[in-house]
Design a protein around this ligand. Structure first.
Ligand code: NAD
Length: 142
């Protein structure tokens, strides 16, 4: 989805999506490294998200921050993750991966635009109807 240009900056191949110059690739690498360190097989989680229910937006790219966060939260024992992205191409793959690796964590995927108040309202109603609580909302898509 994202390649690199001649200056090593990441570029989006998606129409309407481009990496803004305000995104510091160094910060992104540090965030991803911190998340991936905890993906290590040696680290089994400490139950820090035990029984937590919440939303993560922007979980499309399998190598992105949203996906890495979803994996880490499942490893830390989250009860139910609601994963939203405007594209559906990677959502199902991630859901399958999470169900295979963390069967105790329930995963619900939603294809929608996080800038739409209707989409967010519907999503939050669904979360409250199903789980009767919302512990976190990670507004990662931007
Ligand atoms: N300021 C900084 O230095 C800095 C550094 C790193 C990341 N970030 C930000 O953190 C966020 C996550 O980074 P990443 O590298 O994982 O991003 P990414 O570009 O790899 O993934 C973002 C995802 O958000 C989805 N998305 C975009 N607009 C959406 C919308 N309106 N509704 C729903 N989904 C939408 C895209 O489809 C994509 O799957 C981005 O917003 C990025 O800009 C900022």
């Amino acid at each position: 989805m994202f390649g690199t240009d001649t200056k090593g900056q990441e570029q989006s191949s998606l129409p309407g999506f481009s990496r803004s110059s305000t995104i510091d690739p160094t910060i992104r690498s540090h965030i991803l490294q911190g998340l991936r360190d905890r993906e290590d097989d040696q680290y089994n989680g400490k139950g820090r998200m035990q029984d937590k229910v919440g939303v993560i937006t922007g979980v499309g790219p399998l190598n992105g921050i949203g996906t890495a966060t979803a994996k880490l939260f499942a490893k830390e024992g989250a009860r139910h993750l609601y994963l939203l992205d405007i594209q559906d191409e990677s959502l199902n793959k991630l859901k399958e991966w999470l169900e295979d690796n963390y069967p105790k964590t329930k995963t619900t995927t939603i294809v929608g635009d996080c800038t739409s108040s209707l989409v967010i309202e519907d999503l939050l109603n669904q979360v409250i109807d199903q789980e009767d609580k919302l512990d976190f909302f990670f507004a990662n898509a931007g």
